[in-house]
Structure formats: C-alpha cells, structure tokens
Design a protein around this ligand. Structure first.
Ligand code: GUN
Ligand code: ZN
Length: 433
C-alpha cells in the first residue's frame, strides 16, 4: 500500500466560478494537504486535519507551492510530436505537407512505441495527467499509446484515426478496416485500467460517406465510447466539405446525419459556425474544443467562446499538438485569453484554471474520477510554482491575491512552473521530489 501525504497550498474547484469574486466555487487552503493512498485521493483539506488520518504516510512538503488537480488536454495528436512548429501553411497544406507524411511513420510499431514514451513524458512534464488523443490510422499506434499509458497508470482516452480518402495511401484505411480495427481496439482497451476509447473519424474530408456510415454504426454499438473529430476550423476546409457532401445543410450536418453527435462527442475547433449549427450543437450536448495555440499558428480564426456559452454549450480547451505549439495547458490558457481579448471577451483566471481541470473533466463526464482534489478521485495532481522563472519571480513580488498569482502562472508559466506531477499517486518528474 502506498501512502503519501502532500503538504502545500491546496486549490480545488467545486463548480465553474461565475465571477472573479465567486469564492464559493472553489476551496483554497493556505496550509493544506492531500493524502494519496493506492493511486486515489484518500483525503484533502487542512494539513492538521488530514495529517491525523495519514498514519505512516511519507510526507512530501511542497510548501509554498500550489497543489491542484492535474491538467486535462481533451484534443491532442500523438503522431504529430515531431511536426510541432512546421513553417508556413494553413490547415489543408499543413496536413498534406507535414502531417500525413509524419503520421505514415506510425505504421512502424517500434517507432510508435518510442514516440509514445516521449509523448507521455512530455504530457507529465507539462502537468497534463489526462489526454484525449488522436493516434495515426494504424492500429499499432493506438496499441503503442495505450500500452505506454498503462505502464504509467496514466488515464488516456484515444482512438485510431479513421480516414479512407484524400490522403496518401500510407495513411488510409477502408470503411471496413477502419471499423474492424477500431472495434478490436475498443474490445481490447476500453475500460482496461485507466484507458478509454474514442471513435475517431479524422474529419469529413478524409472519410467517404461509407466510412461515416460505418462509424455511426460503431458508435451505436459502443455508446460507452467517446467520438472525436474536427469541425469548421478553416474556410477552405469548410468549402471542400460542402463539395464532398452537397446534400448536407452545413458542416455539422455531415456528422449529425451519420448519428455522430451526442454528449460524448468532442469537436475540435468549431470556429466558423452558422446559427443552425450552434443550435444543433446545443441540442445534441456535443462539445466544441477550443484550441488556441493551434488556431493562431494555422491562422484558422477566433473561437467565439462567449457566443457558445450564451447558448449553454459547454466547450473544452486543448493544445491540439502538433498544430498547437505548446504542450502546456498554461500556455494554452495564455493564448486563449488573448483570442478572447481580440473579441472583447473575458477569460478570468479562476474560470481558466477551472477549465483545464474540473471543466475539461466535466466535458468528458469524468468529474467523479479526475479534475478535482476530492476524496475518492484519482490522485492526479500538479504542484505549481508561480516563481519558476526570473521573470515570474520579479512579477510575483507584486502579486496581492490568489487570482493575481494564478494569472501570472496562466500568462507566464509553462513546464517550468510545474514543480511536480503525480499520476495515480506516483511522482513523474525525475529531478525533483
Ligand atoms: N483537421 C483534420 N485533421 C487535423 C489535424 O491533424 N490537425 C488540425 N489542427 N486539424 C485537423
Ligand atoms: Zn486536431
């Protein structure tokens, strides 16, 4: 039995803060503690109270750092680790020029396994303890990622990308093989340890109607699985989709028509939406996923967070590596804040930190397992140092409140601000206690 007591300043959310002064939405404890037992959080709260139940637990003193729930990245591409920061193009040229050639290499199981190790290290180093990942079209890439995550007891949601047209042969499946491979992966991995499966048609452009038909059938057979794809990221993409699916009312209608929309559906980007699509999104309970660094990098456009929220649509926020430029959910919030500023919208820092923890957990329907420091949930925890760099240190001398401190971390922080990451109770950063 492993038993560890973390001491530090504890911050956890109970719901999304409605306003900057909505202090009922979270608990913040100056001298706090989290007791981790066998991969779960046994207790959290005031240090003195939690210590009473700690028995012979090893004590790790993280003061004056903050203890928070691990970050959740609900849209990331595992086989794009080596094309982050590839120069010059917008979405469709970027896919053809950089992405498909890189993903073709994941037919090689050894390459996939070696990259999976580096990918999981990067996630943990940046404080991300759960990811929802697109793998390549090859089942071996999904096997590699799930195996690697299993070895670390890391919660991983992933799927083999399905794509049967408009890409090189090396990254194509067929409607039948896409269905068969995805089904086999679901049967092997869904609910094994901390693994969960996402049915993963890449986007409308790279799937024939036959493939989306079979994808819809698979989703009907496996309502326990997630569905992830892309929606309305780029104007050329939207125009090409309209040509390929001339009978669809709009982009979203393609997915709607094949039964792919529901509360477990994650739609990357969702930038250029029509009113009908917004209404249909709200009715379906599907979740757009805001990918700020990616949207800026590819010049895709500005996500209308306030417009979607006004319709009670609940969005996730994610890195979208490798169009995204940082693994850090802090940097994701930084760029997200600026995208909202450009539209005269606001992202308050308490809502921001809720979003990358409990908010994304809620989008995934997993608040009972991840996203908070509540007793009984999984012990995925980050330790945050707001003075991690000289620039943060000098700025922090003037920080007067928790919100001030968090905003410094949000705007200036990255993996250096993550002093430690615990996954299922086990410290991941090798050079620190
Ligand atoms: N649309 C379809 N595939 C992709 C991808 O890999 N990245 C991004 N950003 N958009 C996509
Ligand atoms: Zn994506």
């Amino acid at each position: 039995m492993t038993n560890t007591l973390l001491r530090g300043r504890v911050l956890t959310f109970h719901r999304e803060p409605a306003r900057p002064d909505d202090s009922d939405a979270y608990s913040y404890i100056e001298d706090g503690a989290v007791l981790m037992r066998d991969g779960l959080i046994a207790a959290s709260g005031n240090y003195q109270d939690v210590a009473v139940d700690a028995g012979d637990a090893e004590i790790v003193d993280h003061r004056p750092y903050l203890l928070m729930a691990g970050f959740i990245d609900p849209h990331i591409h595992f086989p794009q680790v080596q094309i982050v920061a590839s120069w010059g193009s917008q979405l469709l040229d970027w896919l053809n020029g950089y992405t498909f050639p890189a993903e073709a290499e994941y037919a090689n199981a050894q390459h996939a396994r070696s990259m999976a190790g580096r990918f999981c290290n990067l996630l943990a180093d940046h404080g991300t303890t759960t990811a929802v990942a697109f793998c390549s079209v090859h089942a071996a890439s999904t096997e590699a990622l799930f195996s690697e995550a299993e070895d670390r007891n890391m919660r991983m949601i992933a799927g083999k990308t399905m794509m049967d047209r408009n890409a090189p042969d090396a990254v194509l499946d067929t409607a039948q093989s896409g269905y068969d491979d995805s089904k086999a992966l679901i049967e092997r991995w869904h609910g094994t340890g901390r693994a969960l499966c996402a049915i993963t048609p890449r986007f409308a452009i790279t799937s024939t109607p036959e493939q989306l038909e079979m994808t819809g059938a698979l989703a009907g057979e496996h309502p326990e699985c997630y569905i992830q794809t892309h929606l309305s990221e780029n104007h050329d993409e939207i125009a090409f989709t309209a040509k390929l699916y001339p009978d669809a009312r709009d982009y979203l209608d393609v997915y709607e028509g094949y039964g792919l929309l529901g509360p477990r559906t994650l739609l990357g980007h969702a930038i250029h939406l029509k009113d009908r699509e917004i209404g249909a999104l709200a009715d379906s309970g599907a979740h757009p996923v805001f990918c700020p660094t990616s949207n800026l990098f590819l010049g895709s456009g500005l996500f209308d967070d306030a417009g979607l929220r006004a319709k009670s649509i609940q969005s996730g926020i994610a890195t979208d590596i490798g169009a995204g430029t940082s693994y850090s959910m802090l940097q994701t919030l930084n760029e997200g804040y600026k995208i909202l500023q450009l539209q005269d919208q606001k992202l308050h820092t308490l809502r921001a930190f809720h979003w990358i923890t409990r908010g994304n957990a809620d989008v995934l329907g997993l608040v009972d397992k991840i996203g908070t420091l509540d007793a009984g949930t999984e012990a995925d925890i980050v330790v945050v140092n707001a003075r991690a760099t000289p620039a943060m240190d000098v700025r922090m001398d003037r920080a007067e409140s928790l919100s001030d401190e968090l905003f410094v971390v949000q705007m200036m922080g990255d993996d250096r601000a993550i002093a430690q990451t615990y996954i299922a109770g086990v410290a991941q950063k090798r050079d620190m206690s």
